[in-house]
Design a protein around this ligand. Structure first.
Ligand code: GTP
Ligand code: MG
Ligand code: ZN
Length: 299
C-alpha cells in the first residue's frame, strides 16, 4: 500500500522538488504531467515510494502567488502561499529607481503585507545623491505612509533583532536585488540552516553564492522564511492604470473622486489625485514614480 501524506514544497526544480512533510520528514519528489509543477511554498499531497522518494499527487489550492515579469511582461512565479514580503534594499548595491514602488505594487496586488528592510545598515551612505540613495534617505517617509521599515546588519550594529518579531507564525519571502544580503539574513536568522539545507546544498551548490532558486526554510518559532534569487530590476506584468494606482496606498482616499471613471491621473481635467498632489496630500516623488511606472507598463 502506498502512503499519501501532506507537505509543503521547500524547493522546486523543473521535474522534481523537495517536500517538507507534515510529519517532519523531507522527501525528494517527482512531478507528473497530469498534476503539474508546484511552486516553492505550495501545499501538496505526496504518495510515498520506497526510501525517501515520492510523487506529487495533488497541488492544493493556492492562497496567492508572487510573480515577476521579464522585459516582455511574461510572468513567472517566485513562490506561493505567502503572508508577507520582505523587500530588502541596501546601501551597496543601491536600489534602482522605482524598485521599491514596483515591489510595493506587486505586494498590494496580493493583498498581503510588505515590510521594507534596509540591510547593511552599518555601512555609510556614499553621499552621491543618486536615485538609489534618495530611496534610503526617504525611509522615514515610507514609514509615514504606514510601511514597517526595519534596519538590519549581518555584519554589525543593529543586527537582525528588529526583524525577528515580524516573522513568527507567518510565511515571509525575502526579495530584492542580487547582493543586498537576503541569504545572509537567512543565515543569521536560522541557527540550524545547515541541517535544513543538507539535502539541498547538493543541488544548489554553485561556486558563487548567488541564489538560483527560491528555497523555503522553517523558522524555529513557527512560520517559514523563503529566500529568493536576486534581480537587477523587478519587472511588473501588464497592469491597468487603476491597478497601478492601487499600489500607491496614499492615493486610495482620493481615488473614485475623479471626474472620469477611467482617469489615469495624468492630464485629465477634474482629477482628484492631481488635486491631492497640489494640496500636498500626495508626495511629489511618489506621484512621479506612479507616472513612470504607468508609462513603462503601457509602452
Ligand atoms: N557590510 C555588509 N555586508 C553584508 C551584509 N549582509 C550581507 N553582506 C554581504 O553582501 C554580499 C551578498 O550577500 P548575499 O546574502 O549573498 O546576497 P543575496 O541578496 O542573497 O544575493 P543573491 O542571492 O544574488 O540575490 C556577501 O558578500 C555578504 O557577505 C551586511 O549587513 N553588511
Ligand atoms: Mg542569495
Ligand atoms: Zn484622476
Amino acid at each position: 500500500m502506498t502512503e499519501v501524506i501532506e507537505g509543503r514544497v521547500r524547493v522546486s526544480y523543473g521535474s522534481h522538488g523537495i517536500i517538507q512533510l507534515r510529519d517532519g520528514r523531507q522527501v525528494t519528489v517527482k512531478y507528473r504531467r497530469q498534476v503539474g509543477r508546484p511552486f516553492c511554498g505550495d501545499e501538496v499531497s505526496v504518495s510515498l515510494l520506497q526510501g525517501s522518494e515520492g510523487v506529487v499527487t495533488e497541488i492544493h489550492p493556492r492562497k496567492n502567488q508572487f510573480v515577476r515579469a521579464d522585459a516582455q511582461q511574461r510572468t513567472s512565479t517566485v513562490a506561493a502561499n505567502l503572508d508577507q514580503v520582505l523587500i530588502v534594499i541596501s546601501p551597496r548595491p543601491l536600489p534602482s529607481r522605482d524598485l521599491v514602488e514596483r515591489y510595493l505594487l506587486a505586494v498590494h496586488s496580493l493583498d498581503i503585507e510588505p515590510v521594507i528592510v534596509l540591510n547593511k545598515a552599518e555601512l555609510p551612505i556614499s553621499g552621491d545623491s543618486s536615485a538609489g540613495e534618495e530611496v534610503i534617505n526617504r525611509l522615514d517617509e515610507y514609514r509615514e505612509l504606514g510601511y514597517p521599515v526595519i534596519r538590519t546588519s549581518c555584519k554589525g550594529h543593529p543586527g537582525i533583532e528588529g526583524l525577528l518579531p515580524l516573522l513568527s507564525n507567518k510565511t515571509s519571502i525575502l526579495v530584492g536585488q542580487s547582493g543586498v544580503g537576503k541569504s545572509s539574513l537567512v543565515r543569521q536568522i536560522l541557527p540550524d540552516l545547515d541541517i535544513q539545507t543538507g539535502a539541498l546544498s547538493h543541488s544548489t551548490g554553485k561556486g558563487r553564492h548567488t541564489t538560483t532558486t527560491t528555497i523555503l526554510y522553517d523558522l524555529p518559532e513557527n512560520g517559514s522564511l523563503l529566500d529568493s534569487p536576486g534581480v537587477w530590476e523587478y519587472g511588473l506584468w501588464k497592469l491597468g492604470p487603476e491597478e497601478i494606482a492601487r499600489g500607491f496606498i496614499e492615493f486610495r482616499p482620493f481615488s473614485g473622486h475623479c471626474r472620469f471613471n477611467d482617469c489615469r491621473h495624468t492630464s485629465e481635467p477634474g482629477c482628484a489625485i492631481k488635486k491631492a498632489l497640489e494640496a500636498g496630500h500626495i508626495r511629489a516623488w511618489r506621484y512621479a514614480a506612479y507616472t513612470r511606472i504607468l508609462a513603462q507598463n503601457n509602452a
